[in-house]
Design a protein around this ligand. Structure first.
Ligand code: CO
Length: 134
């Protein structure tokens, strides 16, 4: 069901420093910061030849990233995103298998303008999984 790895998201305590590090030290193609108020994050996209990295930084109060950074002050991998062709079918299949879809259980429009949903990390070996319809 799942296809390509769409991105790995890393929560960072200092977005400017992390962007600079990826550009200057790792020689990556680093984009400009984008505020995503609906998701409570500022995101920097890094294009790699085979996937993307998203640097996540809290935006506003009640950002979902803030609690993660409180627990992981130096930052860390926040989620991985796999591509699916039909997110509605993926959601039904996962729920029928007993996996917990976060939030309302219905797909939302994600940071790339495409439908996404998140799966409970306790059902997937401690890893928060995002599915994105492509
Ligand atoms: Co993501």
């Amino acid at each position: 069901m799942i296809g390509r790895l769409n991105h790995v998201a890393i929560a960072v305590p200092d977005l400017e420093a992390a962007s600079h590090q990826y550009a200057a030290m790792l020689g990556a193609n680093v984009g400009a910061p984008q505020d995503e108020p609906d998701h409570g994050v500022t995101v920097v996209f890094i294009e790699l030849p085979n996937t993307k990295i998203e640097l996540l930084y809290p935006l506003g109060e009640n950002s979902p990233i803030q609690g993660f950074l409180d627990k992981n002050p130096s930052g860390g991998i926040h989620h991985v995103c796999y591509e699916v062709e039909d997110i509605g079918a993926a959601s039904e299949r996962l729920k029928s298998e007993g996996a917990r879809v976060l939030g309302t259980g219905d797909p939302k429009i994600g940071a790339h303008g495409k439908p996404v949903l998140f799966l409970h990390p306790k059902d997937f070996n401690g890893c928060l999984i995002e599915l994105e319809e492509v």
